[in-house]
Design a binder for this molecule. Structure first.
Ligand SMILES: *Cc1c(COP(=O)(O)O)cnc(C)c1O
Length: 347
């Protein structure tokens, strides 16, 4: 990176490439609040088609996409079911409570996946003094669990369970293309299971800004209303949407390279005494490294790695997190591993 550091904190740190900036500069634009931005409209049509949904809506962030979806699917006082490590529960500043006046019923999953039984147990019985369960949220890939892919079969069965219980199903697909790259399953097959889907262009796809949500026409009409209330309606947003279109054209196929880089990094780091990576979670571009047996804290290690030229982030308790992306090469990853090994060799 420009400052000489190898930045593995997140796949959100990428900067738009010269060619992406060129596409942004050339974008045809109009006022999107009037529905007149041709580039935003093209992006929304493309996302709807890719995800096999009737309609899609461009939104400024993944959090807003999730929060709008929750708002549309629920009424104040409802309860929604989400995995205990999920983004909607942990990293959206209690947005569901703040914006939709619903409470989250967290369900402990394994590798970010909720068993059917655990969901079934969390669904409230229809008793007037209990909260009304109205929505289940799933995350694919699951960020906090280490970029793990939701098995399509489990997702299908989850969808069936939701239908039987008259619950909506929202898929947080911030990294849905990573899931698809890993499994070979088209994104639309995952999307088909859910009533609404959110996807991010600013993660592995390398766009500077933006997400989209997709669902039925009626869902998107409601979503457009709440996007305005939440402050996410924009004017000549085609400049940003152009980056997303560019990313869909150029940065989807290459996601496998990020996964290869993460696997290489996992092999190197996994060989360091005291560092542990659950091999079952090494699936896409996120590594969660447990350091409890090194005798050092994750905070201490993050600071030392930084001094060695490598940026990583804190993960769940006792861990640090490293994420590969467009702006780090395989050579960078090898250099980062060497630097981390050097730090760990100093007693
Ligand atoms: C990053 C992310 C989001 C959205 O994050 P924003 O920073 O609001 O764009 C949503 N869900 C998951 C799983 C994510 O990793």
């Amino acid at each position: 990176m420009e400052n000489g550091l190898i930045d593995l904190r997140s796949d959100t740190v990428t900067r738009p490439s010269p060619a992406m900036r060129q596409a942004m500069m050339a974008a045809e634009v109009g006022d999107d609040i009037y529905g007149e931005d041709p580039t935003v409209n093209a992006l929304q049509d493309r996302i709807a088609a890719l995800l096999g949904k009737e309609a899609a809506l461009y939104v400024p962030s993944g959090s807003m996409g999730n929060q709008i979806s929750i708002k549309v699917h629920t009424r104040a006082g409802d309860e929604i079911i989400a995995e205990a490590g999920s983004h909607v529960f942990n990293y959206e500043t209690a947005g569901a409570a703040f914006l939709s006046a619903v409470q989250v019923h967290p369900v402990e999953g394994r590798h970010g996946r909720m068993s059917l039984e655990s969901i079934r147990r969390a669904i409230r019985p229809d008793i007037y003094y209990m909260p009304r369960t109205s929505l289940v949220c799933v995350e694919n890939t699951h960020n906090r669990a280490g970029g793990t892919v939701y098995p399509l079969e489990l997702l299908k069965e989850t969808a069936k369970l939701c239908q039987e219980n008259h619950l909506a199903l929202h898929l947080d697909g911030a990294r849905l293309w990573n899931a698809s790259a890993q499994s070979g399953i088209p994104v639309r097959d995952y999307a088909e299971c859910a009533d609404s889907v959110s996807v991010c262009f600013s993660k592995g796809l390398g766009a500077p800004v933006g997400s989209a949500i997709a669902g039925t026409k009626a869902f998107i009409e409601e979503a457009r209303h709440y996007r305005k209330i939440f402050g996410g309606a924009m004017r000549q947003a085609g400049v940003l949407a152009a980056a997303a279109l560019y990313a869909l054209d150029h940065n989807v196929e290459r996601l496998r390279e990020d996964h290869d880089k993460a696997a290489a990094l996992a092999r190197e780091i996994g060989s360091i005494p005291g560092m542990a990576i659950d091999p079952e979670t090494v699936q896409t571009n996120i590594l969660i490294v447990n350091v409890e047996k090194t005798g050092r804290t994750p905070e201490d290690l993050v600071a030392r790695f930084r001094d060695g030229g490598v940026l990583v982030g804190l993960g769940p308790y006792g861990t640090f997190r490293a994420v590969t992306h467009l702006d780090v090469s395989m050579a960078d990853v090898r250099k980062a591993a060497e630097s981390i090994k050097k730090v760990m060799a100093v007693r």
